[in-house]
Design a protein around this ligand. Sequence first.
Ligand code: CU
Length: 176
Amino acid sequence: MNARTIRTLAAALSLTAALAISGCSSSGSDSGSDSGSGAGAKSSDAPEAAKPTMTVSGAFMPEPVNDKMAGAFMVIKNDSKTADKLVSVTSPLSDDLQIHETKDQKMQQVQSMDVPANGELKLTRGGNHIMFMGLKNQPKVGDKITIELRFEKADPVKVELDVKERTHNAQNSTAH
Ligand code: CU
């Protein structure tokens, strides 16, 4: 109504504001303040730099036709919240292992392949795969071939490939 009332109102408002601010910054034991908290609360549970851990299943190599090349197939599972990449593969069987993708029914080498957070990288016949270029010997059905997968973040993983018949496909062994 007049200037004095307005000043009083303004003082009351700024006092409220000051209380609100101090209420906010005094840490959490106040019950009943429900405004603006929660932004930072959730992320503190999990350490930021958590290393992904990879689980590999269904790894196999179809018996190679000759000693020039062979493929390897498997599912690489990442149960962590951190996305990672498969960057290289080594094996005593060959000095040149490549990561291949298949596009328009032609395969081509890529430098790395994504293993999404809480996801998996599927290496399947007709799709993405690991390729041995040049074999030191020619494995037969029943043999086991050791390879080591290297990732950008996760520790290396040693995998045993079961050498299977040439027509083997992963779908045969998993009922779904
Ligand atoms: Cu290939």
